[in-house]
Design a protein around this ligand. Sequence first.
Ligand code: NI
Length: 155
Amino acid sequence: MATRQDYIQKLRQFPAELEARVTPLTDEQLNQREAEGEWSTRQIVHHLADSHMSANFRFRLPLTAAAPKLPVYDQAAWAELPDYRLPLESSLTILRGLHVRFGALLESLSEEQWQRSGIHPEWGEVTVEEVARRYADHCDNHMNQINRIGVKYGW
Ligand code: NI
């Protein structure tokens, strides 16, 4: 059973792990995908930056407002926006800074703050702790997805 400290550690380490995994890849490799209709590694990295910017709201709104509605967006549609074809550096930079902020914020929380909650249209009422768990898992899930693409294409 993962603990709050596990989530914090995962979130702190992830940008460097991701960067180490994707930086050696060529442009062609970054555009490879597991299957037709799945995201490429390039889209996954840009998705991670956008997703974790929304995580920022999902951490901070519950800490600063009573039962706030948490923002949602159409991630599949976002992944087709033209800036998802950019080199990775812009999104790696976002993740690097954002996750330092997550680590500092979560490390500082009191018991009461971990249990504050917001309302997500699909997840229902979620605590700050649950948001941390979800985004620690999100890091793992997309790293596994990138690794599966690597296995398929031999990198
Ligand atoms: Ni995702």
